[in-house]
Design a protein. Structure first.
Length: 390
């Protein structure tokens, strides 16, 4: 009998050890959210696509995306629920109140919280948090107003950054930092100002250890499709070298990893920004602006962050993305709005063929789009569509 008790006690002891180990290995964080970029809402566009953007259909495309997000939250499987939506800028196709009102009306149908940052198409001197708060139900915390360019001849130009802890319905917490890094008078699309980077580091230091997402419009790395203003004559395609690109030594019209790499489309002081990303091991940086679908592990040698350039909702491939984060990994799945994705691909092919015909008449065959490569760049590789980052 004592022998049986002895074995029973050993069994219970081993069971408790295994159970505690299993509990320790369980993931405590589990969030699922949607990202929509470059939606360019326009209530006045004609049915003629505008430079690869289906502006006339912008409202309908967004309504479809929102209906799909809402439907996910009606799924019988709670793991398919979407906790919140992030908008990565160029929310409207210009600074018109009519566009903001239309966007606001559409977003009234969204059944989950959402957060946004401005893009260059949203920006003007009168853009302010009050504009966002007036038209959109965005909960902001620690909103900071930074006055810049006082001697630039543009009085009152400001940037607006915020940070907020988001708690999901399941009690999971993620720290969101919204950065306004658009509109800088250096010839670039964006900039990280010294005061802004100081604020960012203080916020990262204060929230060190929390799972963090940085949301900003202008990218820090800029693979970009060639267009009429870019030199397509170079045939020297270089292996991708992040450090060279960040150092500023890469000419503006070089080909990197078979992609034209445009460092003049990256925000100023991107290297300083990425130094903070690496130092505080920010797991996810969400960007837009380029209408491309690209996921980059950073740093290259020992990745700790995923730098995600998100596809546009109104230009090929007309897509939005679902991300999932836990304590150990990030996964993503890009969703096309099928009807408009096919329409935009057909239009892009026709447009590129027309451009090539014009180039041929003007310059001979020196300047030509590689149509398939240009479309493939916007579409992304399989890893850009559905992948896992650990």
């Amino acid at each position: 009998m004592f022998k049986s008790v002895k074995y029973f006690c050993i069994f219970v002891f081993l069971f408790l050890i295994i159970s505690s180990t299993s509990d320790a290995d369980e993931t405590s964080l589990q969030i699922r959210f949607a990202v929509i970029a470059d939606l360019h809402i326009n209530s006045e566009a004609t049915d003629i696509p505008n430079y690869f953007k289906l502006l006339y259909y912008s409202a309908d495309i967004l309504r479809i995306a929102i209906s799909e997000i809402n439907a996910a939250n009606l799924d019988d499987n709670p793991s398919n629920n979407i906790d919140f939506v992030l908008f990565v800028g160029d929310n409207c196709d210009g600074r018109k109140i009519a566009y903001y009102k239309l966007l606001s009306e559409i977003l009234n149908d969204l059944k989950v919280p959402f957060y946004m940052v401005p893009g260059d198409w949203d920006y003007s001197l009168d853009f302010s948090p009050s504009t966002i708060i007036k038209y959109f139900d965005c909960p902001f915390s620690n909103l900071r107003e930074l006055v810049l360019f006082e001697d630039s001849g543009v009085p009152g130009l400001r940037k607006y950054d915020y940070s907020i802890d988001i708690t999901t319905s399941d009690g999971d917490l993620v720290h969101l930092i919204g950065l306004d890094n658009v509109l800088h008078f250096s010839g670039n699309r964006g900039s990280f100002e010294p005061q802004q980077l100081n604020w960012l580091e203080e916020d990262l230091k204060l929230n060190d250890g929390k799972p963090t997402i940085i949301l900003q419009h202008c990218p820090v790395l800029t693979p970009y499709a060639p267009d009429i203003n870019r030199d397509l004559a170079s045939t020297e395609w270089l292996p991708y070298d992040l450090e060279t690109e960040l150092s500023g030594n890469l000419p503006s019209n070089e080909f990197v990893r078979n992609i034209p790499w445009r460092k003049d489309r990256a925000a100023d002081k991107s290297k300083d920004f990425l130094t903070l990303v690496a130092k505080y091991q920010v797991p996810l940086v969400l960007m837009a602006d380029l209408h491309l679908n690209k996921k980059i592990r950073f740093p290259i040698d020992k990745p700790v962050s995923l730098l995600a350039i998100n596809p546009s909702l109104v230009s090929y491939p007309c897509a939005w993305t679902i991300y999932e984060m836990d304590d150990h990994s990030i996964s993503w799945d890009v969703h096309r709005v099928e009807k408009y994705s096919r329409m935009s691909e057909e239009y892009d092919r026709q447009s590129l063929e027309s451009f090539n015909a014009a180039f041929d008449r003007i310059t001979g065959d020196k300047y030509q789009y590689d149509i398939e490569k240009t479309l493939a760049l916007s579409y992304g590789e399989p890893y850009d569509w559905s992948g896992l980052f650990k």
